[in-house]
Design a protein around this ligand. Sequence first.
Ligand SMILES: C=C1C[C@]23C[C@@]1(O)CC[C@H]2[C@@]12CC[C@H](O)[C@@](C)(C(=O)O1)[C@H]2[C@@H]3C(=O)O
Ligand SMILES: O=C(O)CCC(=O)C(=O)O
Ligand SMILES: [Fe+2]
Length: 273
Amino acid sequence: MVVLTKPAIDHFPIVKNSFKSPSFFNDIPVIDLSKPDSKNLIVNACEEFGFFKVINHDVPMEFISKLESEAIKFFSSPLPEKLKAGPADPFGYGNKKIGQNGDIGWVEYILLSTNSEFNYQKFASVLGVNPENIRAAANDYVSAVKKMSCEILEMLAEGLKIHPTNVFSKLLKDEKSDSVFRLNHYPPCPDIQELNAKNLIGFGEHTDPQIISVLRSNNTSGLQILLKNGHWISVPSDQDSFFINVGDSLQVRKLPSSNFVLVLRNNGIVQNS
Ligand SMILES: C=C1C[C@]23C[C@@]1(O)CC[C@H]2[C@@]12CC[C@H](O)[C@@](C)(C(=O)O1)[C@H]2[C@@H]3C(=O)O
Ligand SMILES: O=C(O)CCC(=O)C(=O)O
Ligand SMILES: [Fe+2]
């Protein structure tokens, strides 16, 4: 989930005019989860883009809005308070330092476990609320998103004619599943010189190691994906939909001497500029 009060680029009038932002791409595959024939479209989207948009999902807007407003409150807290909920190793608040490789981004984030027993105390302390309120908001959202993800993974298995069709979804349902929930916030950059000098970017180019990543943002542009032809394109934002990215664990490469006939492409993501 991504939170930002305004499209990132609007914060920077200079950047807005000079930044070479790729043009918006309006042909991202759209999967309607209410239609049974979507399974073949999912396979095709995975092969051609490694990325697609999901509509008519059953994740209640109420769960999304509740969690989003808690996240906005958290990120609006003073930095020394937020740092008390860090570091993000593996779960907690992180600021600019992304992952274990020393990557730096213009982003702050919270990494959470999707386990329903996860301890929310340090986040609740920052917000000055009862941890159970945060737990309820996160669990409602995560359970609904997991349910949708399992549905998508089962449709994908069906589309690929893989049996049993829960081959992927059972990994997500496993109690020991290592799925993570990440909340990213791209704050405005007050120092334009710093932004230009360091060539800062929200979250640099990368692939996700998981089976799939499920992305949702408020009405904010910035997400870019890499096409097969080597062009980076901007994904038009849509706060009512989810975007699915094929992760490294799902990607299968076609080898000349093997029986694999499928190539599930993984797209490099994400430059949130
Ligand atoms: C820059 C990075 C952070 C990340 C590991 C990576 O090298 C590339 C993917 C990132 C990601 C995205 C999904 C999850 O939030 C995450 C925990 C993961 O497994 O891959 C993060 C990694 C991270 O924050 O350490
Ligand atoms: O913030 C985003 O839009 C996506 C960030 C991302 O790729 C990630 O957290 O793995
Ligand atoms: Fe990612």
